[in-house]
Design a protein around this ligand. Structure first.
Ligand SMILES: Cc1ncc(C[n+]2csc(CCOP(=O)(O)OP(=O)(O)O)c2C)c(N)n1
Ligand SMILES: [Mg+2]
Length: 376
């Protein structure tokens, strides 16, 4: 068992995990009140895997995750205000209110997102690592993904290239035993995911993702190995989400008793017990941490609520592709100069043009239909 660190480190670990827990509970509540749109995936129960990992990363290491990453951003130091504002679709959010829950992003803290395509972040992680190698930086990319993602083609392709090109990546599987409503026994032929990349020459290790100190200890070892040897490695952290896959999950695929059993291993409660037992923290410290998390989250909701929505004529700002082709789709002309709409100052005009051409198209379609006698 990993030894208990000093008081300050324990306070920080507990603080980050408590903030994530409170933030997520509140995000769930705000979603029910329709304050946040789109989908909402909560990671309540997975805090030790997240915080244990980020707490041993360097500031210049990259982190890339999935669509369940409010906590990852908070753990990396992104403000609760900006994450909540993103959920609310506000201008002050991490992605200017355009990404929402699944696309939290904070390049300043090298948190490269929030990614909605299952397994889609794996090749991006390889790309980040390749870029750091090119720049001769000795930072490591940590790629966190789910057990379900280990079944995608991207997993095999990325493991192959990462091993072949000796890329500095720690692949960390957040194995919460389910991909949506499908249990790991029903979705993966190999259930020991730490061995799933062996065929590509990547060794792995299984760890207890509910124990923040074990996660710190083992991930720190892997980070150093990867940094030194420049070869990728794989960590499989066993963890559990107490809530459904997303806010709209009736959870018919698991028994309530299973959830209760995992609650006994709650990462925050068990860490508090350990710290009290060892005398590193006292009850007052714990109360203080809880109060601070409450206040931060309450303030974040106020901040998000009071923040403006992005103005309508900024609709096409920050888009990667807006081309000359008007209509219901657009294409990317692969030329080096900036394309129409890529320059921020053009955007309002482009938005207006698109709206006008959309209206003209609809008008034309109506006229054609009435000419041809087709009913709408
Ligand atoms: C390529 C792709 N296929 C399917 C989906 C739909 N989908 C969203 S989440 C999910 C389950 C993924 O499970 P896992 O990787 O274990 O992550 P977890 O949700 O448990 O964190 C699926 C199939 C998707 N978003 N992308
Ligand atoms: Mg999963």
């Amino acid at each position: 068992m990993a030894s208990v660190p000093d008081r300050q480190t324990c306070l920080e670990l507990l603080g980050r995990m408590s903030l994530i827990r409170r933030f997520e509970e509140e995000a769930g509540r705000q979603y029910q009140r329709a304050k946040a749109g789109g989908f909402l995936h909560l990671a309540i129960g997975e805090e030790a895997t997240i915080v244990g990992t980020t707490s041993v990363m360097r500031e210049d290491d990259y982190l890339i995750g999935t669509y369940r990453t409010h906590g990852h951003a908070l753990a990396r130091g992104t403000s609760a205000d900006a994450v909540m504002a993103e959920l609310f679709g506000r201008e002050t959010g991490t992605s200017g209110g355009r990404g929402g829950s699944m696309h939290i992003f904070d390049a300043d803290r090298r948190f490269m997102g929030g990614y909605g395509i299952v397994g889609g972040n794996l090749p991006l992680a390889a790309g980040l690592a390749l870029a750091s190698r090119y720049r001769e930086e000795d930072c490591v990319t940590v790629c966190m993904f789910g057990d379900g993602a280990s079944n995608t083609g991207n997993f095999g392709e990325t493991m192959n290239l990462a091993a072949l090109w000796e890329l500095p990546v720690v692949f960390l599987v957040e194995n919460n035993l389910y991909g949506m409503g499908t249990s790991i026994e029903r979705h993966s032929a190999v259930t020991d995911l730490s061995r799933k990349a062996e065929g590509y020459g990547i060794e792995g290790e299984r760890i207890d993702g509910m124990d923040v100190l074990e996660v710190r200890d083992r991930v720190s070892f892997h980070l150093e190995q990867v940094r030194e040897k420049g070869r990728p490695s794989l960590v499989e952290a066993f963890t559990y989400r107490y809530r459904g896959h997303s806010a709209a999950d009736p959870e018919v695929y698991r028994e309530k008793s299973e959830v209760e059993e995992w609650r006994l291993k709650d990462p925050i409660e068990s860490f508090i017990r350990l710290c009290l037992e060892k005398g590193v923290l006292n009850e007052e410290d714990v109360e203080g941490v809880r109060r601070e998390a409450d206040q931060t989250v309450e303030a974040a909701v106020r901040f998000a609520d009071e923040s403006p929505e992005p103005p309508l004529d900024s609709l096409y700002e920050e888009l990667y592709i807006v081309s000359e082709t008007m209509g219901w789709y657009s294409v990317d002309e692969r030329s080096p100069e900036p394309h129409r709409g890529e320059l921020g100052e053009d955007a309002p005009e482009v938005a207006r043009n698109l709206a006008e051409s959309g209206a003209a198209y609809a008008e034309e379609a109506r006229e054609r239909q009435s000419r041809e006698g087709v009913r709408e």
